[in-house]
Design a protein around this ligand. Structure first.
Ligand SMILES: [Fe+2]
Length: 244
């Protein structure tokens, strides 16, 4: 586990995009006024940037948890507007990324340190991000772990057994009071905790076995995301949308 260290004063906002029921997270360093957006969405890029400005922050990075299938990232739009850097997991093999994210290599946002945790299984490139602020620890879990749920495992090299192991090893091993901020919530629930998800997540927690989890995921039979054929190629280019 990354060193706990002393949490730094930070600015934090949770932003919602209703079409994809997606959360974007704004993290800013109180001291240096540098900021990052985790999982920005194309349609709300300008809204998020306006908030960055209102808070007196400078956007340094956009940071992806993974290549999304259900929406297009706002990374390229925000880079075009501000010159910020697009940080993407190295394993995503995205074109035009400025920073390759790897577990064990913290991302500095001013004096804040964001620690990537490799949690594959929803996709084979997925990372969560652990952050210790002065007010406690947060983990941004993307689609690996959601409140009372988790992301699907049936495409993009997803694998249910892999997700189960990764969540247990990398996220459920964190202290109980670590706040869990998911990539999506379809009921607009906003935050949970590691202790709560480990105890009562109906898929991954409550003592469920890996075999029970694999059976649950195999039985979901979910439809294909509507935007998948547009979103995945665009996100492999940090959200550049090509007009034919
Ligand atoms: Fe996803």
């Amino acid at each position: 586990m990354p060193p706990l260290g002393k949490g730094r004063a930070m600015i934090f906002r949770q932003l919602f995009e209703p079409t994809a029921s997606a959360y974007t997270y704004l993290i800013g360093c109180e001291d240096t006024r540098e900021a990052a957006l985790i999982d920005p969405v194309l349609e709300t890029a300008e809204r998020d940037l306006q908030l960055v400005g209102e808070l007196g922050l400078t956007l340094r990075y956009t940071i992806e948890t993974h290549i999304h299938a259900d929406h297009i990232t706002g990374a390229a739009r925000l880079r075009g507007l501000t010159g910020c850097k697009a940080a993407v997991p190295e394993r995503s093999k995205a074109d035009h990324a400025d920073l390759a994210i790897r577990e064990g290599e913290a991302i500095s946002i001013g004096k804040l340190r964001l620690h990537p945790l490799f949690v594959p299984g929803h996709t084979d490139d997925h990372h969560a991000y652990l952050l210790h602020g002065a007010d406690g620890a947060r983990v941004f879990t993307g689609d690996a772990l959601m409140i009372d749920g988790c992301g699907r495992t049936d495409f993009q090299n997803g694998d249910a057994a892999t997700l189960f192991r990764a969540v247990h090893e990398k996220i459920f091993s964190l202290p109980d009071d670590t706040l869990v901020y998911p990539g999506h919530d379809y009921q607009q629930r906003r935050v949970s905790s590691v202790g709560q998800e480990r105890a009562r997540n109906p898929r991954l927690g409550g003592g469920k076995s890996i075999d029970e989890f694999v059976a649950i995921m195999a039985g979901l039979k979910l439809p294909r995301p509507k935007k998948m054929d547009v979103a995945v190629p665009a996100n492999r280019e940090c959200g550049e949308v090509r007009v034919a």
